[in-house]
Design a binder for this molecule. Structure first.
Ligand code: FAD
Ligand code: EGO
Length: 492
């Protein structure tokens, strides 16, 4: 960490020296003079508008959809999201944290794990009272758009789809209600999501790195309505998880006492379910307790009127061109198995704000440093999300899932200062994502290397006595994994 930091600092001074007095001032945005175009008025674009508004620059947001505040139904994905520390910190800087959390956040203090037989167990997140929040995507987006719009220097342009852009000159061409509209800006912020048009333009530049992966799983959202008496049909202050290996299902609470249930399965499995009987059979086998909660008829109706949506992971670099920067999903779309996509995108806005302050809005310094600082962290969270996807599929049942999480909490209570579960570090701190991975690797070495091989062997013994095949399997998995780790550490 030390040498890396000093290298960073010396590079900055080098840049400064190189540029000396003749910094071309058309790259310095001065308040009131310069224009920033934000492409995409989704979660990250709308938050960015709030940030830029406060700097007094002229902000134009171009959004493909209409104004969601005027729409009855908003098509698109995920009705609610898990908001955690990073996202909250970013909302706090523009004064929106309390509004979002207190008026529209439902605290979730832990995971509630549903076993196949319907039994449920809670494992709290970290320390008492620590929680993540379920918030409505639409509410969040509307709140941020309205906050941005209170600033006279912010202009929202709905029904504007970016078609072409020149990221060297800042020229843009939009399609709006069948018409072509042209615009220019000193800086283009590409906040246009996983299928970003701004990124597509960047890809035409030489030496742009890009990779994308579609996983075999898709997702479908279902809904659990309130009870006859208008109450939540399940304990509201938890993130409910039905771990079933290949098939995963989760539920997050909504303000109107409904639940949004998200079913993750391979497309091949979605495709195999073609009749109401097959669907009910599948649910009886895997999610029996959810059937009465959703309701048989509603389950059938919703499942067959919906289609499964794909999940993509995108890594690229650099994030900047001479006059553009991509942020949020445009720069780092990830699979949703860490609940961090939006949180990471919001943290992007924090970083840009920090760098704009640090370099007094000198984009020639801000943009390269943004890429340099953010890229390792963005790629780290993409990796962590993908790793969770792999790991959760291996935990074939709720018992295995519980064991993994219980082991983590156990270690946390016994070594509170040296053992922090990775999930806590990611969700409840702003430790840089790439450092969270490094920290986990360190603590794995220290604790697992010694004590844990024994503990795992003990657990295996217990499992054997319990004569439970599944527990036996997960315990032996842990032992094997630890044995392998211990051996590799010894260089064997
Ligand atoms: P988006 O929200 O996709 O916004 C992009 C905007 O750009 C859209 O409004 C779009 O209309 C607009 N646009 C696109 N193309 C153009 C164009 N050519 N011209 C103009 N405008 C354009 N994250 C979490 O932190 N917690 C969670 O619990 C969570 N759960 C998730 C569950 C699922 C199933 C999925 C799929 C994702 C989840 N995420 C979660 C991730 C989160 O949804 C994204 O990371 C977040 O929406 C990214 O915001 P964004 O503004 O970058 O992109
Ligand atoms: C062993 C056991 C290793 C998103 C469990 C890793 C993700 C992963 C999709 C949860 C919580 C917010 C989420 C935990 C693990 C949201 C989340 C987790 C899901 C699915 C999700 C946890 C929306 C993985 N956080 N999480 O620790 O509770 O652990 F189940 Cl499918």
């Amino acid at each position: 960490m030390g040498p890396q930091k000093s290298a960073e600092v010396s590079r900055i001074t080098e840049d400064g020296d190189m540029m000396g007095g003749d910094v071309s001032d058309d790259l310095i945005i001065a308040s009131g003079e310069r224009k920033v175009a934000i492409v995409g008025g989704g979660l990250v674009g709308a938050l960015n508008a709030c940030y830029l508004a406060r700097r007094g620059v002229e902000v134009h947001v171009y959004e493909y959809r209409g104004d969601i505040r005027q729409m009855e139904h908003v098509p698109g994905r995920s009705i609610n999201l898990a908001l955690s520390h990073r996202g909250r910190s970013a909302l706090a800087r523009v004064g929106l944290e309390d509004l979002v959390i207190q008026q529209h956040g439902i605290p979730m203090y832990g995971r509630m794990i549903h076993a196949t037989d319907g039994r449920k167990k809670v494992i709290p997140y970290g320390k008492a009272g620590q929680c993540i929040y379920s918030v409505g995507r639409r509410y969040l987006n509307e709140t941020m758009l309205s906050e941005a719009e209170t600033h006279p220097n912010v202009h929202l342009h709905f029904n504007h789809k970016l078609l072409h852009s020149d990221l060297k000159t800042g020229h843009m061409v939009f399609e709006s209600n069948g018409q072509e509209v042209q615009a220019d800006a000193d800086l283009i912020l590409g906040c246009d999501g996983a299928y970003s048009a701004v990124r597509r333009q960047m890809m035409k530049a030489p030496r742009f790195n890009y990779s994308q992966t579609y996983i075999p799983h898709g997702y479908m959202e279902l809904c659990i309505p309130p009870t006859a008496t208008g109450q939540f049909a399940m304990e509201p202050n938890y993130l409910h998880i039905w771990p079933r290996g290949e098939f995963m299902m989760i539920a997050l609470p909504n303000q109107d006492r409904t639940w949004t249930v998200t079913l993750f399965m391979p497309f091949a499995v979605f495709d195999r379910i073609t009749t109401p009987d097959e669907l009910l059979e599948f649910f009886r086998e895997n999610y029996r307790d959810a059937i009465p909660l959703i309701g048989e008829e509603k389950l059938i109706k919703d499942f067959f009127s919906n289609r499964a949506s794909p999940l993509v992971s995108v890594k690229c670099s650099p994030y900047h061109s001479p006059k553009a920067l991509i942020m949020g999903d445009a720069a780092h779309a990830m699979v949703p198995f860490y609940g961090q996509g939006m949180n990471a995108g919001f943290e992007d806005c924090l970083l840009l704000d920090d760098l704009l302050t640090k370099h007094d809005m000198d984009l020639e310094r801000v943009l390269p440093e943004y890429t340099e600082v953010r890229n390792p962290d963005a790629e780290a969270i993409c990796d962590l999300a993908m790793y969770n996807y792999v790991e959760m599929r291996h935990l074939v049942n709720s018992r295995a899932f519980l064991m993994r999480k219980a082991l983590d909490s156990f270690l946390h209570t016994f070594f509170p200062n040296s053992w922090t579960p990775l999930y806590s570090m990611v969700s409840f701190t702003r430790v840089r994502y790439h450092q969270a991975i490094a920290h986990k690797e360190r603590q794995d070495k220290i604790v697992f290397g010694g004590v844990m091989t024994l503990a795992a062997a003990l657990a295996a013994g217990v499992a054997y006595l319990a004569q439970r095949g599944d527990l036996w399997r997960s315990a032996t998995e842990v032992v094997n994994e630890q044995a392998r780790l211990a051996l590799s550490r010894l260089g064997l």
